[in-house]
Design a protein around this ligand. Structure first.
Ligand SMILES: N[C@@H](CCC(=O)N[C@@H](CS)C(=O)NCC(=O)O)C(=O)O
Length: 81
């Protein structure tokens, strides 16, 4: 099983779309919920240089992570469907 790590928020529709895709594909993943305030999202900012979510970390992705929902969903479907 691949090591997938998702940084997201429960109230974020983009995050929900990624979670739904992961669930539909039966993929296990670790989830980190980021704080509400962008200024407190230092962990994801240090890792990616930005504070938006969702972010998916996957060794099979170019550069190791993806920050755009369309790209994340497309990547998951191409790699794991
Ligand atoms: N282009 C992004 C947009 C996602 C987005 O707008 N996420 C919101 C939370 S629901 C957010 O983090 N916005 C702040 C930001 O992008 O810095 C995507 O498609 O994944």
């Amino acid at each position: 099983m691949p090591a997938l790590e998702l940084y997201d928020r429960e109230d974020c529709p983009y995050s929900k779309r990624v979670r739904d895709t992961l669930d539909e594909l039966g993929l296990e993943y670790d989830e980190t919920l980021v704080p509400d305030a962008h200024k407190n999202r230092s962990e994801v900012e240090e890792l990616t240089g930005q504070t938006g979510v969702p972010v998916l970390f996957d060794d099979n992705a170019d550069g190791g992570y993806l920050t755009d929902t369309d790209e994340i969903v497309s990547h998951l479907e191409h790699q794991y469907a």
